[in-house]
Design a protein around this ligand. Structure first.
Ligand code: MF3
Ligand code: CO
Ligand code: CO
Length: 277
């Protein structure tokens, strides 16, 4: 297995790339409103990454992808291609997924946006998916196994009556966009690789309101993936670093959504464990 361990200097570079990616998601938030096209959102993000951040949008040309961000609306699970024909309307839910390369290092993050006022069901899906991502992140620590992370995300999500998409997963990240290990969002405790300080990877659960099955999007563009049952789908993504004591989230910015209260409670119970308090 060839999971790379990052040096302190590598980690410093990853922090910069991660923060830049998070700042793109923050910058674009006020532009997400009824009437805007996903192509326009892509244009604004591209300009910001290239002109303001003096960085490279990793998605452009990645395996032929034609844009700087993925824009996945409603029943689109992931990899939606921004389009001048896709006009956002009141009540839509949108995932924007962006990866920035700075000085050769990658930061990868995505979040959900509500377009105007969304339904209670749509808001609940976005909220639970955010919490599911944090259920995984908060368990990251030296010695924990990837199966523990996947299991935590899966049990939390299924308890809410939602389903986890199996065909896509998180991934190691660094000087490469996608590297080992694969980070599944389901699994069995105590299985798969053990986490080591200096590993960096993403956690990015895709969660469907209905069944977990997927199919190609109607555009037949080779990218967009939708729910087979047409139910809504949501996704959040952070890039995280494994540390001796736990984790560091590399893709936070000033305006990132509040971290769920259960994360602090979990950290406290964990430190009580190690200090014997
Ligand atoms: N950012 C996505 C991920 O989280 C990958 C997008 S690849 C692209 O791994 F080509 F669609 F941009
Ligand atoms: Co991503
Ligand atoms: Co990713």
């Amino acid at each position: 297995m060839k999971v790379s361990v990052k040096s302190p200097q590598d980690i410093e570079n990853m922090r910069i790339a991660g923060r830049l990616a998070a700042e793109v998601l923050q910058m674009i938030a006020p532009h997400v409103k009824p009437g805007v096209t996903t192509a326009e959102l892509d244009r604004i993000c591209h300009e910001h990454i290239v002109q303001v951040q003096q960085s490279i949008p990793a998605n452009v040309g990645y395996k032929g992808f034609p844009a700087s961000i993925c824009t996945s609306v409603n029943n689109v699970i992931c990899h939606g291609i921004p389009s001048p024909g896709k006009v956002l309307k009141e009540g839509d839910i949108l995932n924007i997924d962006v990866t920035v390369i700075k000085d050769g290092w990658h930061g990868d993050t995505s979040r959900m946006y509500l377009v105007g006022e969304a339904s209670i069901a749509a808001k609940r899906l976005c909220h639970i998916t955010y919490e599911a991502m944090w259920q995984g992140i908060m368990r990251v620590k030296h010695g924990v196994r990837l199966g523990d992370i996947g299991h935590a995300i899966q049990t939390f999500t299924e308890k809410q009556g939602f389903s986890i998409v199996r065909e896509f997963c998180g991934h190691g990240i660094g000087q490469k966009f996608h590297e080992e290990p694969q980070v599944l969002h389901y699994g069995r405790p105590g299985t798969l690789d053990e986490l080591k300080p200096g590993m960096t990877f993403t956690i990015e659960p895709m969660i469907n309101a209905g069944k977990r099955e997927i199919k190609d999007g109607p555009e037949k563009d080779g990218w967009s993936i939708v729910t087979r049952d047409h139910s809504l789908s949501a996704q959040w993504e952070h890039t995280v670093l494994v540390t001796e004591q736990g984790y560091e989230v590399l893709t936070l910015s000033a305006g990132s959504p509040a971290i769920p209260a259960f994360v602090a409670a979990h950290a406290q119970s964990r430190s009580a464990e190690t200090t014997g308090a």
